[in-house]
Design a protein around this ligand. Structure first.
Ligand code: PLP
Length: 456
C-alpha cells in the first residue's frame, strides 16, 4: 500500500497534510505520531518492528483483539456481495439482523435501533430524538440537557456541547443555552472525612437542585456515561445511577446512558446500564466495541416508550436524521461477526473471570508513592498520579503522565496519558499471563518515574 515510500517521507507527509484529532495546535506540524504497521491479539507492531501491548485497546474498542481472519473473511464477503446501498430507500439483511440482535441484547423495551457512523453521531441522534419527542408532545421548552463535568460524549456540535471537559472546548463554540453541567462525581475528590455514602447523597442532590433551578418543564434529558471513561475512568458511588434515574423518571426527563465505551463487553456484559447498575434507560448510545474497531459503526437505541411518544397523527412529519453511511451493510456484518465471536468464545464470561485479577494487580500499584488513586471496573483501569507537592501546576501534572507514558512505551506497553493519569482498557481476550505481563511492565515503569520525580 505504501509502495515502499521511505519512512522519513511518510513522516513529512503526515506532518504536512494530516490534521489529527486533538492535535496540539501550537506545534501541529512538528508532532510525530507513532506509525503502527500491524497487529495480532493484544499486540501492536510499529514500523521498526517493535512490539507493544495495546493497553488502551485502540480507543477502548478492540474487544476481540486484532488479526481475526474470520472477521476479515466476513467483511470481504460482504464487500463483494454488496458494499453499499442507500439506507434512505433500501434495507439489507445485515442491518436488519443486527437491529434485531441489538434489540434482543439491550435491556427492557430498548427495541428500536438507529445506526450511526460512531459514538458522536449516536449521541447527536439521541439528543435530536429528545428534541423531536418534546416537540411532538407540544413542550418546545423542555430541551435543556443536564450533563456532567468530565463527561465525554463526542465531537459533533451537539455531542461536544454536552461534553463536560472544559479544556476540550478551548476555541470551539458550543451551544451553551442547551446545557447545564453538574460538578465532578469522582469519589476520590470528595472532601476529607466525607463518607462515600454522603458523597453519593451530595451528587444526587446536585442533580435534584439543578432540575429545580432550571425547572423540570425545561429539562429534556440527563446524559451520563455509566463510568466516565475519558474523564479518567471515574466510577460513581454505589447507588448513584439508580437514584439519578429515579429522579429523571419523576420529572419526565429522558435518561440517556452513553455506553459508547461500556457496552459490548468492557464490564463483562453486553450493556452495563441494567446488568451492572440496575437501570433501564430511555436511550442507550453505543459504538466502539460493537465492531471491535474493525469498522466504524454506532447505534442509538431508543425505548418503545419514547418511540410511542414520537409518533402522532401528523402524517407529514419525518424523522429527518440520518447519514449516508447509516446501517452500512459491511459495518453491520462486522458487528454481527464480532457479536458471534464474542458469543462463541464466551468473551463476556472470560472478561468477568479475569476482572478480579486485573483489578487486584491494578490496586497493587498503590505501593508507589507517586500514585494517588487507582480505580476501575471490568477491564477498565486508571492510575492517577500524585505529584508530591499539593496545588501543583497543570504542567507538573502533565509531566507525570508524560513520563509514565514514555517509561511504558520504552518497555513495550502503550497506555493512554490524560494529564496526570494513565488509562487502559486492553482487548477483552487478554489472558491472565498477559495481564501479568502488562502490570509487570507498569510496575517497572512506575519505579523509573518515581526515581525521576525524586531527582527533580
Ligand atoms: N461517548 C463516549 C462515552 C465516548 O467515550 C466517545 C469516544 O471516546 C464518544 C461518545 C464519541 O465516540 P466517537 O469518537 O466514535 O464519535
Amino acid at each position: 500500500m505504501t509502495n515502499g515510500t521511505p519512512p522519513d517521507l511518510l513522516n513529512e507527509w503526515d506532518r504536512n497534510h494530516q490534521l489529527h484529532p486533538w492535535a496540539a495546535m501550537d506545534a501541529w506540524q512538528e508532532s510525530d505520531y507513532h506509525p503502527i504497521e500491524s497487529a495480532e491479539g493484544i499486540y501492536l507492531w510499529d514500523a521498526e518492528g517493535k512490539r507493544y501491548i495495546d493497553g488502551p485497546g485502540g480507543m477502548w474498542c478492540v474487544q476481540i483483539g486484532y488479526g481475526r481472519k474470520d472477521m476479515a473473511a466476513a467483511i470481504a464477503e460482504q464487500v463483494m456481495r454488496l458494499p453499499y446501498t442507500s439506507p434512505w430507500t433500501t434495507t439489507t439483511d445485515p442491518s436488519t439482523i443486527l437491529a434485531k440482535k441489538i434489540a434482543d441484547l439491550a435491556p427492557g423495551d430498548l427495541n428500536n435501533v438507529f445506526f450511526t457512523t460512531g459514538g458522536s453521531t449516536a449521541v447527536d441522534t439521541a439528543l435530536r430524538t429528545m428534541h423531536f419527542m418534546n416537540n411532538a408532545l407540544g413542550r418546545p421548552d423542555k430541551k435543556i440537557v443536564i450533563a456532567r463535568e468530565k463527561g465525554y460524549h463526542g465531537s459533533t456540535y451537539l455531542a461536544s456541547t454536552v461534553t463536560g471537559k472544559e479544556r476540550d472546548k478551548s476555541r470551539f463554540d458550543i451551544e451553551k443555552r442547551l446545557v447545564r453541567f453538574l460538578p465532578d462525581v469522582n469519589p476520590y475528590n470528595r472532601p476529607d472525612g466525607m463518607s462515600v455514602e454522603d458523597w453519593c447523597d451530595a451528587k444526587v442532590a446536585d442533580l435534584e437542585n439543578m432540575i429545580e433551578e432550571v425547572g423540570a418543564e425545561n429539562v429534556g434529558a440527563f446524559i451520563a456515561e455509566p463510568i466516565l471513561c475519558s474523564g479518567g475512568v471515574i466510577v460513581p458511588p454505589e447507588g448513584y445511577h439508580k437514584r439519578t434515574h429515579e429522579l429523571c423518571r419523576k420529572h419526565d426527563i429522558l435518561y440517556i446512558s452513553d455506553e459508547v465505551v461500556t457496552a459490548f463487553g468492557r464490564l463483562g456484559h453486553w450493556f452495563a446500564s441494567e446488568d451492572v447498575f440496575g437501570i433501564t434507560p430511555d436511550i442507550i448510545t453505543c459504538a466502539k466495541g460493537l465492531t471491535s474497531g474493525y469498522l466504524p459503526l454506532g447505534a442509538c437505541i431508543i425505548s418503545d416508550r419514547v418511540m410511542e411518544r414520537m409518533t402522532g397523527p401528523d402524517e407529514n412529519v419525518l424523522f429527518s436524521n440520518g447519514y449516508t453511511y447509516s446501517a452500512h451493510p459491511v459495518c453491520c456484518v462486522a458487528a454481527l461477526k464480532n457479536i458471534e465471536i464474542m458469543e462463541e468464545e464466551r468473551i463476556l464470561e472470560h472478561t468477568r473471570e479475569i476482572t478480579p485479577h486485573f483489578q487486584s494487580r491494578l490496586r497493587a500499584l498503590a505501593k508507589f508513592p507517586i500514585v494517588g488513586d487507582l480505580r476501575g471496573m471490568g477491564l477498565l483501569g486508571c492510575i492517577e498520579g500524585r505529584p508530591d507537592t499539593p496545588g501543583t501546576s497543570l504542567a507538573a501534572e502533565r509531566k507525570l503522565g508524560a513520563l509514565l507514558d514514555e517509561a511504558c512505551e520504552k518497555r513495550g506497553l502503550l497506555v493512554r496519558p490524560l494529564i496526570n493519569m494513565a488509562v487502559f482498557s486492553p482487548p477483552l481476550v487478554i489472558t491472565r499471563a498477559q495481564v501479568d505481563e502488562m502490570f509487570d511492565l507498569l510496575e517497572e515503569a512506575l519505579e523509573e518515574v518515581t526515581a525521576e520525580m525524586a531527582s527533580d
